[in-house]
Design a protein around this ligand. Structure first.
Ligand code: PRP
Ligand code: URA
Length: 209
């Protein structure tokens, strides 16, 4: 296993992944599951966020207690990453949100950028990139390059299903960026789809084809 990847084996994550993979799971349920699994995974990957103590008053007395020390910026990669945003915001409601628009050219499998917009605090924030699929790694690598161009320095990638090829590309291009995933699957097929995978995440999420 590449040193940049951590697989989240939690049983609740793995059960939701099973239902997401199932071709009989339709878009309404798929959307709900993607949101739920994102929240569970985000809980795991934020355990090392720095905290700071503040003074508060309980109904009984003054005490010191901790809150997050860093700003968090969530960045979904359009389209499919949008399906992870609500689950992530449920967990970190104060997070700011950036957006990156990329699609994969069907023939070359190269990512094509069409949109980018970020909060101005990107350089002082922990940035969490949300994209359910890490296939060739072209899209995530391009997304991280865009984030770095906008001065992001602390980036984590949350990807639901990954291919070994994508993990390797990310390690080559961005060895400083950890990848958190629920599974590193067997391989890519000849059309660049992850197998066994879960199909086209955007299509399954939005009912398009
Ligand atoms: C999917 C997925 C990733 C990308 C992964 O997006 O959401 O962004 O493919 O593939 P890669 O690792 O080989 O780059 P897609 O291009 O299908 O766009 P969509 O989300 O708008 O449908
Ligand atoms: N994009 C997807 O949505 N699914 C894959 O398997 C590969 C890229």
């Amino acid at each position: 296993m590449a040193p940049n990847v951590r697989v989240i084996h939690h049983p609740l994550v793995q059960q939701k992944l099973t239902y997401l993979r199932d071709k009989h799971t339709h878009h309404r349920e798929f959307r709900k599951l993607l949101s739920e699994i994102t929240a569970l995974m985000l809980f795991e990957i934020t355990e090392d966020l720095p905290t700071v103590e503040i003074e508060i008053e309980t109904p009984l007395e003054k005490t010191r207690s901790t809150i997050l020390a860093s700003h968090v910026v969530l960045v979904p990669v359009l389209r499919a990453g949008l399906g992870m945003l609500d689950g992530a915001l449920d967990l970190i409601p104060n997070a700011k949100v950036g957006h990156i628009g990329l699609y994969r050219d069907e023939k070359t499998l190269e990512p094509v950028e069409y949109y980018a917009k970020f909060p101005s605090t990107l350089d002082q924030s922990v940035v969490i990139l949300l994209d359910p699929m890490l296939a060739t790694g072209g899209s995530s690598s391009a997304a991280v390059s865009i984030l770095k161009k906008h001065r992001a320095s602390q980036v984590k990638c949350l990807s639901l299903v990954s291919a070994p090829e994508g993990v390797k590309k990310m390690y080559q291009d961005h060895p400083d960026v950890p990848i958190y995933t629920a599974s590193v699957d067997r391989q890519l097929n000849e059309r660049g789809y992850i197998v066994p995978g879960l199909g086209d995440a955007g299509d399954r999420l939005y009912g398009t084809k």
